[in-house]
Design a binder for this molecule. Structure first.
Ligand code: HH2
Length: 302
């Protein structure tokens, strides 16, 4: 999942893609780098971020969603607002990434159900403005797991098909570096919920603080991003929300080949020879349109 932030204040790319044409071109480039999902957001959720009003968020997001539909990836809208998600789905988005897991707008679940969209339900403690003010948990993993279980049940009760629900522990959302590490280390407890787990560590500040003192700047956190995503794959995560699609996709593909004990030789695909018997099985389909599996079949020449 590649990230396109159409905001002036996102922590890593704020202000770069406020112009819709630049955001669309960037989103298309991420698809070219191998993103199966492009996540378009118009409101920053970084710690301390100010809320954006609905009309402004629509103005930022909708032209970009429209411009990315048909680009070869599933378009996701990263919003907590019903009246941003609805027109984005009207415009052809097929995924709703709601960092409040349908708590900000309870009607969001019914909308997602009605449209047959895929969704991501994420854990967040508190709200972006204050979430990093001394977050505390008895046991962060069981609390996040209990929350995701409850939100999954809520979404299903509202009519969302269970197959369309992804779960996300919300790395950095009301969590210290130690909490983030604990969640990543004990990820199998979350994948045990039976739904694809989404991981969003990309460029986040805890990576910079762990790697170095003084901390690494935002554009120097790629090694930490790759390390955490590769280990999350090994622990069972299936969707990786990142800003730098090409290097992370390469790292994940090599790691997946290593984990499966096999790799897909693209030269064999190009010559039309049958692929090797043991091929890394693709992860479960990511969307109603089965986009990930389709892309893999295309790469194999099927
Ligand atoms: N992280 C961010 C935003 N949305 N959604 C999910 N599901 N998981 C995440 O970890 C996640 C998310 C924060 O990153 P970014 O979009 O780059 O920054 P900002 O919120 O400042 O726009």
């Amino acid at each position: 999942m590649g990230v396109v932030n159409v905001t002036p204040d996102s922590f890593s790319d704020g202000g770069r893609f406020l112009d819709p044409a630049a955001a669309i071109a960037y989103g298309r480039a991420l698809v070219g780098e191998g993103a199966d999902i492009v996540d378009v957001g118009g409101e920053s959720t970084r710690p301390g971020a100010a809320p954006v009003d609905e009309e402004e968020e629509r103005r930022r997001v909708l032209p970009v969603v429209e411009g990315l539909v048909g680009a070869g990836a599933l378009v996701s809208v990263d919003t907590v607002k019903l009246e941003v998600a609805r027109p984005a789905l009207d415009a052809g988005a097929g995924y709703v990434n709601d960092v409040t897991a349908f708590r900000a707008a309870p009607g969001m679940a019914a909308l997602v159900a009605e449209r047959g969209a895929t969704c991501c339900l994420m854990h967040m403690r508190g709200e972006p403005r204050t979430m990093q003010d001394d977050p505390r948990y008895e046991d962060v993993v069981s609390e996040v797991k209990g929350f995701l279980e409850e939100r999954l049940a809520f979404a299903v009760a509202e009519g969302v098909s269970e197959e369309k629900i992804h779960l996300d522990p919300g790395i950095g959302f009301g969590k210290t570096a130690a909490h983030n590490l604990e969640l990543l280390r004990r990820l199998p407890e979350l994948t045990a919920l039976g739904r694809p787990v989404v991981i969003g560590t990309s460029r986040k500040s805890f990576l910079g603080r762990i790697a170095s003192h003084p901390p690494r700047a935002v554009d120097a956190r790629m090694p930490g991003t790759i390390a955490t995503n590769v280990l999350a794959l090994a622990a069972g995560a299936r969707v990786f929300r990142v800003h730098d699609v090409a290097p992370v996709r390469d790292a994940l593909t090599v790691a997946a080949a290593l984990l499966a004990g096999a790799w897909e030789d693209v030269s064999l695909v190009a010559t039309g020879d049958p692929p090797p018997a043991a091929i890394w099985p693709p992860p479960a389909p990511l969307s109603s349109s089965n986009h990930g599996a389709r892309r893999l079949r295309r790469r194999r020449g099927a």
